[in-house]
Ligand binder design. Structure first.
Ligand code: HPA
Length: 278
């Protein structure tokens, strides 16, 4: 049964989660594509908690799909790793999409480290590249801070400059290059989806200053920013955006590119945690 995600509901949720799982010093929220098998040197995966057990709203996920939180631990410290995320295009409300971010913030996390899949708007950025996100353009026509209680989670009008932490971006670029991966930096354009963009939209988004286009992450980044968390977002450019090559775009192509890139992301995320969370 769904209930409104008011500040008091979220505070109760955080208290129950804290009592039950004792995350102690929660260092970061990580949002990884579902099915990404992480290896984080020095940390151990402990409890895996189905999202439906935590969140007080209806799940729209298919039976059998992994949609959970894994707690990773190193002594007293923990990391909250989301396996799969909530998308606006699935019919989740903006408040539902950002509920895990607010939960992590209430439990003390100071960093959100997220990955996603995108279409490349730049012919110079081939499919399979990693793109460290430096900024975003929100074209989802929605914002998780809209609403009567948005301001209870932080400033109602948060500054959005340097939302993507400049220091962490530098580290991510360096680590990706050291690992031998093709890596770029650029602007993420958030579309609502779930249809892919038209070729005319892709031309427009490129002219507007976008580097890659996707259907996720920006609501979470805004909520994390409001809560005072730092953000680091790494995109996998899984395909050239529509119209940049002469063939239709399929969900299959995006999924397959994701599988191939999973190894890169696993290595980079592991090294990032080693370098950033000391
Ligand atoms: N467009 C929007 N979202 C995406 C794409 C795309 O081309 N590829 C992966 N996610």
């Amino acid at each position: 049964m769904s209930s409104a995600l008011t500040p008091s509901v979220l505070r109760d949720l955080a208290r129950e989660f804290g009592d039950r799982y004792q995350p102690k010093k929660l260092r970061a929220l990580m949002v990884a594509g579902s099915g990404l098998k992480l290896e984080i040197p020095g940390w151990e995966a402990s409890e895996k908690i189905p999202m439906a057990e935590i969140m007080p709203f209806d799940m729209h996920h298919l039976e059998g799909h992994d949609h959970s939180i894994t707690l990773w631990r190193r002594g007293e410290e923990s990391l909250m790793v989301m396996n799969g995320r909530f998308h606006l295009y699935q019919g989740y409300s903006p408040a539902e999409v950002v509920a895990p971010v607010r939960l992590a913030a209430l439990l003390g996390a100071e960093l959100m480290l997220a990955t996603n899949a995108t279409g490349s708007l730049d012919p110079e950025i081939p499919a399979g590249s990693l793109v460290i996100i430096s900024d975003h353009i929100n074209l989802q026509a929605s914002n998780p801070l809209v609403g009567a209680w948005g301001r209870d989670f932080g400033p109602q009008f948060p500054d959005m400059s340097d939302t993507y932490d400049p220091e962490y971006r530098k580290i991510a670029l360096r680590l990706a290059r050291e690992a031998g991966f093709e890596v770029f930096e650029g602007v993420y354009v958030a579309m609502l989806g779930p249809s892919f963009e038209t070729p005319a939209e892709v031309r427009m988004l490129g002219k507007l200053g976008g580097t890659v286009v996707g259907m996720s992450t920006v609501p979470e980044v805004i909520a994390a920013r409001q809560a005072g968390m730092k953000n680091l977002v790494i995109s996998l450019a899984s395909n050239p955006a529509a119209g940049l090559v002469d063939r239709p775009l399929t969900h299959q192509e995006v999924m397959e590119a994701g599988q191939e890139a999973a190894a890169k992301l696993r290595i980079l995320l592991g090294r990032l945690v080693e370098n950033i969370i000391r």
